[in-house]
Design a protein around this ligand. Structure first.
Ligand SMILES: Nc1ncnc2c1ncn2[C@@H]1O[C@H](COP(=O)(O)OP(=O)(O)O)[C@@H](O)[C@H]1O
Ligand SMILES: [Mg+2]
Length: 226
């Protein structure tokens, strides 16, 4: 049997409830992301892109519909199990790098492995060193984030997202905070790392150039797929 998609959405709705106020945001979203696929999500501000990534990242639950990760229905899992799926199968990149200032570049890249224990961290270290060298930070392994440029910091965040060898990386406007040149570098890195490791990527972007270079483009307008 063929591998299930890394993630599948079936008829997903999301409404936020705050007291008496209901804010419907996403409506009847259905799609699948295949293994190794690089997918861009575009849409205007407030169209629901971050809401969608939070659902795909199992950081929030849909109001209706189902989300399957590796063919497993995440809606049937409790919070502990969902955290396990997040740690083991998913990687995250945000617009702001969220590197920890008191740790070195290498320690930051290895941060997601900490939860898995010292032994696992030691196992992953050579791979993380290689990845950091590959993204041009071989001479910065022992530097603190504050000693790096914004583009370099985001490169560390990209490497960190791969620390647990995830099936799927979710990136929310990862180039949104960078100038054109650094944005391009970070985008190219994500593409090549995706190709080499077979990791699927879903990247929210405002940049049409990047979106058009993805394997597939999902356009969200007012909470629906166009
Ligand atoms: N926690 C929340 N409670 C209520 N409304 C929210 C919440 N988070 C986001 N929204 C609303 O959902 C809509 C989509 O937001 P968001 O997913 O952040 O859009 P995007 O990332 O595309 O800019 C917006 O109208 C926003 O105000
Ligand atoms: Mg957003």
């Amino acid at each position: 049997m063929a591998d299930p998609p890394v993630i599948e959405l079936r008829g997903v709705d999301k409404t936020y409830f705050n007291g008496d106020v209901a804010t419907p945001v996403l409506f009847d979203l259905s799609f699948r992301i295949g293994r190794g696929e690089f997918v861009a999500i575009v849409g205007g501000s407030g169209s629901g892109k971050t809401t969608l990534l939070n659902l795909m990242g199992l950081l929030d639950r849909p109001t209706a519909g189902e989300i399957l990760v590796d063919g497993r229905n995440a809606g049937t899992l409790d919070e502990l199990e969902r955290a396990g799926v997040r740690r083991g199968r998913l990687g995250f990149i945000f617009q702001f790098h969220y590197l920890l200032p008191e740790f070195t570049v290498l320690e930051n890249a290895l941060m997601p492995c900490r939860m898995e224990g010292r032994r696992y961290q030691e196992q992953q270290e050579p791979r993380m060193r290689t990845l950091l060298e590959k993204v041009g930070l071989g001479d910065k392994l022992d530097s603190r984030p504050a000693q790096l440029s914004g583009g370099q910091q985001q490169r560390v965040a990209v490497v960190r997202s791969l620390a647990n060898d995830p099936a799927l990386v979710l990136a929310d406007e990862p180039t949104g905070n960078l100038d054109t040149r650094n944005g391009r570098v970070v985008f190219e890195l994500m593409r090549s790392l995706s190709r080499e490791s077979g990791t699927s990527f879903v990247m929210v972007t405002h940049d049409d150039d990047f979106a058009l270079e993805a394997d597939r483009l999902i356009r969200i307008r007012d909470g629906r797929i166009e």
